[in-house]
Design a protein around this ligand. Sequence first.
Ligand code: UFG
Length: 339
Amino acid sequence: MGSTILLTGAAGYIGSHTAVALAQAGYDLAIVDNCSNSSPIAVERCRELTGADIPFYQADVADKAALMEIFHQVKPAAVMHFSGYKAVGESVAQPLKYYRNNLDTTLSLLECMVQEGVGAFIFSSSATVYGANATVPYRESDPVGGCTNPYGWTKLMIEQIAQDTAAANPNMSVVLLRYFNPVGAHESGRIGENPAGIPNNLMPYITQVAVGKLDHLNIFGNDYDTPDGTGVRDYIHVVDLAQGHVAALKYAIEHTGAEVFNLGTGRGVSVLELVNAFQTVNGVSVPYEFAPRRAGDLASVWADPAKAREILGWTAEKTVEDMVADSWRWQKNNPDGYV
Ligand code: UFG
């Protein structure tokens, strides 16, 4: 086994930021991504930002033969699994596409890892796995399940699959990272979130309104039981999230078994607060209208990040002001994404 960390899906938003953080922390990396919803230009920019030589394999992680070939070349010491479909609404309309892709990629990856004796597996899970009975702030010990869409179920199923694999393979170390709401971009403005089509998530929608690509923001609901009536979420800067992966990797390499960590700030921010911060910090206008609630949305979601602080020694450091400034810099400098 070598010392390289293999990252799946790292041409995407969170993976690319983590690639930069890992390279800057001194790790050797390799990336595999089929670029079905991402761009190889993101990998070039990771190389540009870090000066690192990052081998890139454009391949489908579900294709086990292709993946095994990559394992033989890279000889990874650990795997971080970012690849996967992630659009909640699309997963309701096309559940089989989501189950097939998100589960197949994970099964191929874990099979290769077990076969090749690769110990450490770090997975991009989501706060969406928490069940309706969980109460804020969400703790890792809170109940999971009762997901409202197939995307969420794939995250929970993969958590289960990875935990069972760790239980059956005593040398393995599985770290499941439950992300809250990642926003922001690298402060260089060279990498960032690049959604295809009309964004589903709040921050890319705001930036596209601000840059003039979309007419106005619809705020889904202003009658929630929250301080200003709009939904409250735990927005976390993607660079903080990336540092959380560096800490998780160190932990995974030193331990065996399976652990779950929330990666959030522990602070709830409303839609209106985020929109107002964006306008104030960036001096741009984001016209909005109130619209009906979106199906499946909760009033308030935020993390208890204590476990990651205590065990991984990691805490989110960036402010809401950093998040809106960095998101805007990325959008302004790259109005058409990676071109
Ligand atoms: N919102 C709007 N207008 C928009 C988009 C979003 O008002 O155009 C609001 C939502 O109603 C919500 C907040 O902004 O109150 C955040 O919405 P996002 O779509 O950005 O994020 P969600 O919290 O709905 O979704 C996130 C992740 C999913 C994950 C889900 C549950 O993107 O991957 O959390 O944990 F499944």
